[in-house]
Design a protein around this ligand. Structure first.
Ligand SMILES: [Fe+2]
Ligand SMILES: [Fe+2]
Length: 202
């Protein structure tokens, strides 16, 4: 496997751990735990900073862009589906983020925004990750040349230098670890997750 794809897949594993943690948080709230705005703030911070800016940033600005240069459409087909799912995911994460912004007594609307956002986001991103790991990334390795992956690796490094200059990445990885400690991902639920999907949303 090429180095850039290995990097992206490793990031998927951390994102899945955070999704597992978020799922446990949802299950506990459904079971009677009081919703706290800090939950929404923390998960939104990780999902925005790591899953979206750090990971989807590299996919969109570097890997997908190169696939588009090689003829993949942004209107239909696998890259288009991935881009559409990133956008769909952002809407769910916005709901989670919004649930953490208020002050004063927590409202039931905030709690339900958090639960709705999380319940929408978790399966969406799990399936999305499966599609990338099993279909889109292998496809990119068949289509792009080793030289292109070499260039991409430098672009990843440049991207990470800029995006991670302030220690963002370490902070977000620590946040994921803290969340996974507070709400432990349930391995059985995660494994039951979602089978490799089809391109149904294309
Ligand atoms: Fe993606
Ligand atoms: Fe991804």
């Amino acid at each position: 496997m090429t180095r850039p794809i290995t990097i992206l897949m490793n990031e998927h594993r951390l994102i899945e751990k955070a999704l597992g943690s978020l799922e446990t948080c949802v299950v506990e709230i459904e079971g009677g735990l009081s919703f706290e705005r800090a939950f929404a703030r923390d998960y939104a911070e990780f999902l925005r900073g790591y899953a979206d800016a750090w990971h989807h940033g590299k996919e969109e600005d570097i890997l997908f862009r190169r696939m588009v240069e090689r003829g993949f459409s942004t209107e239909a087909g696998p890259v288009a589906v991935m881009l559409a799912e990133h956008r769909q995911g952002r809407a769910f994460v916005s709901a989670i983020h919004g649930a953490g912004l208020g002050t004063g007594e927590v409202t039931s609307a905030e709690k339900s925004a958090f639960l709705t956002g999380a319940r929408g986001f978790i399966p969406l991103l799990r399936e999305h990750i499966q599609k990338e790991d099993n279909i889109l990334y292998p496809m990119s390795e068949r289509v792009l040349t080793p030289a292109e992956f070499e260039t991409m690796l430098s672009e990843f490094e440049e991207f990470e230098r800029k995006a991670g200059a302030d220690g963002t990445r370490d902070g977000l990885e620590a946040l994921a670890a803290r969340l996974a400690g507070a709400f432990r991902p349930d391995e059985a639920r995660m494994a039951a997750g979602t089978p490799a999907g089809c391109w149904s949303r294309g």
